[in-house]
Design a protein around this ligand. Structure first.
Ligand SMILES: Nc1ncnc2c1ncn2[C@@H]1O[C@H](COP(=O)(O)OP(=O)(O)OP(=O)(O)O)[C@@H](O)[C@H]1O
Length: 549
């Protein structure tokens, strides 16, 4: 479903890189004020004609432009026409520090001649040239070219009116609808009415009608959409439908991750909404990893965000009652939960990433900065797992790493979606090359698939949407309450790995298995509670597609 970039206006192409489109127009509200306006491939430059000072020159980068339209006003006596360009540049916040995208509109009156039609044609020529220039350059990341939604793509926009503080519809009408109109993106609004509404809808819908499925809600609604797509007969094609996320919940972890991947300064709340809306109308699409999660009941679900057990899962569940404070609910929940800190018993095992090495060989890929300093005593106890009856073969994967895989993974009956080649059945022993973590107990286990756990929790700073890794963290029993609090406070800036906490361990893995022994506890997947018991998962690198930037 790769859509190529729209064809640019040929008249603009003739201008060439060095040339400019130049014109003189009046202010839309005051015809006595006139501007010289010039357009290059990269920028729209506006200067007041009376002024010789450069201070009155404003330069807009066209990468910040979402659209431009030409029009005529109702007044029959006015021969003039207008064009308005819409920009969302990063600007310093009013009355506070930092930068965030803010909406700026530039409108000009075209009255070159007395013929209204000629003026309108000239306004349309400018609007088209600005639109085309704003989509000409395809960004690159590490040599990978993003694909792009076709212009005028058809978007199904699903809004959960109950999500977060119940503001999702206000966000839509206040910010997103105007932006979609400015960018000429046609959409159909679907207001979800109950749980699983979105899941049922995407499972049944004719996907050929849609170029993108966009969610304005918390992460829970996207979880439904992803799983609905993977329950279809045509799941392989269905999961290629580009997915978009707009933050409307109280966690908004994927939205925060998408913003983080643009390497822009961090933003929250409606500023994050504006940033994600901007990325949506720009329509760049990257790959998205999904992790298939096997539950004790043989049910398999697909996750794009996280799996949590212990402290993080408990905070997630218990902080539901503080959702009226928005993203702050996790901080409030953390403080409350710290008072009744628990240790959880269980077994954790994982399949490590070993570049160019067979598992069990070479140095451990231990990312905890403190670990080498602490010596073997404070290293987690890790052993290889032993398998009696697993069938294995060793095959190089696409990045030439020797990864031992299972020949045939478990595939629950009637289950769609990709097979899990790295996982044995949940009741079966793990292959020998898996690493087993032997600990006295855990305070938390957290498997992250994106960078953010919530808008203000940068749990896996090095993660990317399609890195093909599960970022596995665990905190061993024995950590003090102040040390755990310090970890979570540092996580706001993604600095928790750098503070030298000997109880925190971080591994990049491809698969994991968790077998809780404590009878009480909770496991959450993408923030939703799932059945408690043994659970395992493996990453499927880049099988979905995400509108990002
Ligand atoms: N109209 C509705 N009324 C009640 N529940 C709904 C409705 N629409 C969707 N849902 C369900 O609400 C659940 C939570 O949705 P979602 O995660 O998107 O928002 P949230 O829980 O407010 O976000 P967050 O987890 O960030 O706080 C989903 O499981 C979804 O199925």
């Amino acid at each position: 479903m790769d859509k190529d970039i729209a064809e640019p206006d040929p008249s603009f192409e003739r201008i060439g890189i060095e040339d400019r489109l130049y014109g003189e127009f009046s202010d839309s509200l005051n015809t006595k004020v006139r501007y010289s306006v010039s357009l290059t491939e990269c920028a729209l430059t506006i200067q007041k004609i009376s002024s010789s000072s450069d201070r009155n020159k404003v330069v807009f980068n066209l990468t910040d432009c979402v659209g431009c339209r030409a029009y005529k006003v109702e007044d029959e006596t006015d021969v003039g026409a207008f064009f308005t360009a819409y920009f969302y540049p990063f600007k310093r916040r009013w009355m506070s520090s930092g930068m965030a995208r803010q909406r700026v509109e530039q409108c000009f009156r075209v009255a070159l001649v007395q013929d209204p039609l000629v003026n309108l044609q000239e306004a349309e020529r400018w609007a088209r040239a600005i639109r085309d220039a704003s989509i000409l350059q395809k960004p690159r990341r590490d040599g990978v070219v993003y694909s792009q939604l076709r212009r005028a793509c058809r978007v199904m926009l699903l809004v959960n009116p109950q999500s977060g503080r119940g503001q999702a519809l206000r966000y839509f009408y206040g910010h997103i609808e105007p932006m979609l109109t400015e960018a000429l993106v046609p959409y159909t609004l679907v207001i979800t009415e109950h749980q699983n509404h979105a899941r049922d809808l995407v499972r049944e819908t004719d996907l050929s009608q849609w170029d993108a499925l966009v969610i304005l809600s918390g992460d829970g609604l996207l979880f439904e959409v992803v799983n609905g797509l993977l329950e279809r007969e045509d799941w392989e094609e269905a999961i290629q439908t580009p997915l978009g996320i707009l933050p409307g919940g109280s966690g908004n972890a994927l939205a925060a991750s998408v913003h983080h991947y643009t390497q822009s300064p961090p933003v929250w709340g409606e500023e994050l909404l504006l940033s994600c809306g901007f990325l949506l109308v720009k329509g760049l699409v990257s790959r998205l990893d999904l992790v298939s999660i096997h539950l004790a009941s043989s049910r398999r679900i697909f996750s794009f965000l996280s799996l949590a057990w212990g402290f993080v899962a408990d905070v997630d569940i218990e902080s539901e009652k503080y959702r009226h404070v928005g993203a702050m609910r996790f901080l409030v929940g953390t403080l409350v939960r710290l008072a009744s800190l628990r240790v959880y018993q269980g077994r954790l095992a994982y399949l490590p990433i070993k570049d160019g090495l067979l598992p069990n060989q070479g140095p451990r890929d231990h990312a905890t900065p403190s670990t080498p300093k602490q010596g073997p005593k404070s290293s987690p106890n890790q052993n290889c797992c032993h398998s009696s009856n697993s069938t294995q073969n060793t095959a190089p994967n696409s990045s030439n790493n020797a990864i031992t895989t299972m020949t045939a993974g478990p595939r629950p009956a009637n289950q769609k979606g990709p097979p899990d080649s790295l996982l044995p059945d949940l009741e079966q022993p793990l292959p020998e090359h898996w690493m087993a973590v032997e600990e006295e107990g855990f305070v938390l286990v957290l498997a992250m698939f994106q960078s953010h756990l919530a808008e203000d929790l940068l749990a896996a700073p090095g993660a990317a949407a399609d890195d093909g890794f599960i970022h596995l963290f665990y905190v061993r029993a024995g950590i003090s309450r102040p040390a755990l609090l310090r970890l979570f406070l540092a996580m706001e800036k993604g600095a928790h790995l750098a503070i030298g906490c000997p109880h925190l361990v971080y591994e990049k893995v491809r698969a994991f298995r968790l077998e809780p022994r404590s009878s009480e506890g909770a496991i959450t997947v993408d923030g939703e509670v799932v059945e408690y018991g043994p659970v395992q998962g493996q990453v499927h690198g880049g099988i979905a597609r995400l509108i990002s930037g």
